[in-house]
Design a protein around this ligand. Structure first.
Ligand SMILES: [Zn+2]
Length: 164
């Protein structure tokens, strides 16, 4: 930047102390009193304006309005933070509940699985016993048939097998 800059607030033309940039990109120069005016405009419009001091190394003068705005922003940020923390605690606790529920369901599931395994083993055992019983019935049937044929061959088939 070369040469002095002048305030562009209406007909002011005083030497500028700051440059400003609106949130929508419009920029220009302003003197100290008009910096305050633009700050008020910004809060009325509820839009951001950013000032940069033209004198290098000069500390940025924080206006009263800016302090109020920053304070309000800090308060709302703190409120948001508290809200987020509350929500996070809520989520943590519901997550804990869900994890406990999952553990409970897993326990129920493993109990059911072990009961199913027991029942399956029992069914296999019963099936084996049934097959064994059927085999015995078949053996006995064969023996009876053999005995009957022996009796028939010896002419003694009147009693007690094959009677009536
Ligand atoms: Zn001015």
């Amino acid at each position: 930047m070369t040469g002095p800059k002048f305030c562009d607030f209406e007909q002011c033309r005083e030497p500028a102390t700051h440059t400003y940039v609106w949130a929508w990109g419009e920029s220009g120069f302003c003197c100290a009193p008009h910096q305050m005016m633009r700050t008020q405009q910004a809060s009325q419009l509820k839009r951001q304006i950013q000032f940069t001091a033209l004198t290098p190394g000069a500390p940025e003068r924080v206006t009263f309005d800016e302090r109020v705005r920053l304070h309000a922003e800090a308060i709302s940020a703190r409120e948001e933070c508290a809200e987020v923390k509350g929500r996070s605690a809520e989520l943590y606790s519901s997550n804990q509940k869900l994890a406990a529920e999952v553990r409970r369901q897993q326990l129920v599931l493993s109990q059911l699985q072990s009961e199913v395994a027991d029942l399956r083993a029992e069914l296999e055992q019963v099936t084996r016993e049934k097959l064994e019983a059927l085999r015995q019935v078949a053996n006995l049937t064969n023996e009876v048939a053999r005995a009957e044929s022996v009796l028939r061959a010896s002419g003694l088939d009147s009693a007690p097998f094959g009677a009536g």
